[in-house]
Design a protein around this ligand. Sequence first.
Ligand code: ADE
Ligand code: ZN
Length: 339
Amino acid sequence: MLDRDELRAFVQRLPKAELHVHLEGTLEPELAFRIAERNGIVPPFPDVDTARAAYEFQDLQSFLQVYYAMTSVLRTEQDFFDLAWAYLARSASENVRHVELFFDPQAHLGRGVPFGIFAPGILVALEDAEQQLGITSRLIMCFLRDQPPEDALKVLRTAHLYRDRIAGVGLDSAEVGYPPALFKEVFAEAASYGMHRVAHAGEEGPAEYVSGALDDLGAERIDHGVRCLEDPALVERLVRERVPLTVCPLSNVRLRVVPSMAEHPLKRMMDAGLMVTVNSDDPAYLGGYLVDNYVEAAIALGLSRDDLVVLAENSFRASFLDDASKALHLEAVRLAASL
Ligand code: ADE
Ligand code: ZN
C-alpha cells in the first residue's frame, strides 16, 4: 500500500488526459477578483476568503448559483484568455498532456458577452498552451439543459464561424427535469456538422437519462454517469458498447451525489468492466484538480497502482484524439508506470 506522498508522486508522473472540466469551473477566486477589479465590476462576494467559505454546497443547484454568479465577472477577450491559460498551465504542471475543455456560451451570451469575445480568448489560450506547454486540447461547447432547446439551436448556429475549432457539443447545468430527449434536434444538427457529442447524465438525474443520452442524442461519452449502477441492464450495455464515463470523484462528494469518498462507486464501476475516467469537473469550486481527484479516490477506495494506470490509459482511449496520438500517449503511460 502506497502512502499519500508516494501515491501523489506516482499519479503526478503518469501522463493523463482530462475529459470533463468546465472552463468556468476553473475560475479561482483570486483571478475572479483581479478580473472584477480591472473591469470595474463589484464581485458577488466581498473578498476571496468569504467566497471560498461560501463554497459549501448542498447539491448541484446550490453550486450552479455560485458558479454563474462568479462567471459574471468575465467580460473581455483577455479575461477568457487568462482563465483558460491559468487552467492549462496548472494542468501542464500536473503532467496532463491533453484536455477536452467544456465551455458554456449561454452563460456569457445571456449577459451580453458575444461569441466574438469569449471564443477567440479561449482559442488563443489553447493554441499558446499547445505551442508553449505541449498540452493538446479540444473544445466542447455545452448547452444549458435548463434553458429552452430553441436557444441551444440558436447558439449552435451562432457558433458557425468557429465550428471547425469546436470539436463537439455537450449538455450541462441543472439535470433533473430536463431529459436528454429535449435536445434531440439540436444534437442531430450538431452531428450533421460532424461534431462529437457528449452529455452530462446520471449525475443527479436517473439512469434513464444515461440511456436517453445514448439513444436520443447519440452521445459518444457520458459525463458522470455514476447512477448507471442502478440499472444492471444499462451497465451491461455500457460495458458491451465500451461507452466511456467521465467520472468526477471530488465533485460527486462536494455536490452530495455520493455521501463520502469511501462510498464512491468508482472502483465498483471499474470492477463491472466499465470504461471509466477520472476528472475534476469544476476544480476551483469542488475540492481539487486532476491529481487531487486520482489521489483522494485512490486513498479512500484502496486503488492499486495498476488501477491508476488503467485510469490514465482510459483517459486517452476515451479522448477524441486520433489513433496514432492515442498510441503514443498509451506508450508514455506504460513507460512512466514502469519507472
Ligand atoms: N456545470 C458545471 N459543472 C456542472 C456539473 N457538475 N453538472 C452539471 N452542470 C455543470
Ligand atoms: Zn460537469
